[in-house]
Ligand binder design. Structure first.
Ligand SMILES: C[S@@+](CC[C@H](N)C(=O)[O-])C[C@H]1O[C@@H](n2cnc3c(N)ncnc32)[C@H](O)[C@@H]1O
Length: 273
């Protein structure tokens, strides 16, 4: 019998990913920038622009120690480190994703500033009050136990630290599946924006910014549709040949108003209960 975490791991299994990246990226002596990898390693709606916007909202600066929870193949972590000069630790459930994240970080020459560990967000392998900020982009929808998720994030943040989340949320109807985070409903645990906030605040957070980003997401989908075929380096390389269908369904769900996008920043206030 498998549990939900195993099913989520299976969704992001990405067998042979590092080998695929090696052949797609070409000679290893050619240095790459996080921007060049943006179409391949920013695994969320609005890509690099969303990571940049969230970092600005959260006030990320040099000298901060940032945790990226559910870091995927590491694009957001590399971009934050390169753009703001902070140190970033990424943690992810998927071992192939963590291996790929380490490989891509070697390719961008950032191994001193960005590192990755394989672990569950529900049991973060870090001591209390270690980080100045935590990022959670398009991860919560894979997690049923939101109470534990937000408590863990609060536990590892310093008092006064920032928690920045960018989530797909339920809005006006049942979504079409498969979607990029779940091929069936069994690994999808969507909440509305209001329910997300209700789950976060009791973990010891005060809301600073709470923003519906759905219109920007829809504009991005319209732009992608008009642009025609995707660039050769894209998330299909990471997720497999059905990624186009998963992405199309996300677009339909957003355009039909079934799903929305939430961008929010919280301050770690009282200790969690
Ligand atoms: C849609 S991807 C987003 C990746 C990354 N945040 C980004 O925006 O590029 C979702 C990621 O969440 C990770 N994930 C899902 N459930 C998790 C859990 N319980 N603990 C840690 N990571 C998890 C997956 O392995 C996957 O890498």
């Amino acid at each position: 019998m498998t549990n939900v975490l195993d099913d989520v791991r299976e969704h992001y299994r990405a067998t042979g990913l590092v080998e695929r990246l090696k052949s797609a990226l070409g000679p290893e002596h050619q240095p790459m920038t996080p921007q060049q990898l943006g179409a391949l390693d920013q695994f969320h709606t609005r890509g690099l622009a969303a990571t940049r916007d969230l970092a600005e909202l959260a006030g990320i600066t040099a000298g901060m120690s940032v945790l990226d929870v559910g870091s995927g193949v590491g694009g957001p972590a590399r971009f934050l480190a390169a753009t703001y000069g902070c140190a970033v630790t990424g943690v992810d459930l998927s071992e192939p994703f963590v291996e790929a994240a380490r490989y891509l970080t070697e390719r961008t020459g950032q191994t001193g500033q960005v590192r990755f560990e394989c672990a569950s967000a529900l049991k973060l392998p870090f001591e209390d009050e270690r980080y100045d900020a935590a990022f959670l982009q398009h991860v919560a929808m894979n997690i049923a136990d939101r109470t534990q998720l937000y408590r863990e994030i609060r536990r590892v943040l310093k008092r006064g630290g920032r928690f920045a989340t960018y989530d797909v949320v339920l809005k006006g109807g049942e979504p079409h599946y498969p979607v990029p985070w779940a091929r069936t409903q069994s690994t999808s645990f969507l909440l509305t924006a209001a329910a997300t906030r209700e789950a976060i605040e009791p973990a010891g957070f005060r809301t600073l910014i709470f923003k519906d980003d759905s219109e920007a997401a829809k504009a991005w989908i319209t732009q992608l549709r008009a642009a025609g075929p995707p660039p050769s380096l894209n998330l299909g390389l990471v997720m497999g040949p059905d990624f186009a269908q998963l992405a199309t369904n996300l677009g339909r769900n957003l355009m039909e108003g079934r799903l929305g996008i939430l961008a929010a920043v919280f301050e770690a206030s009282s200790t969690s209960i």
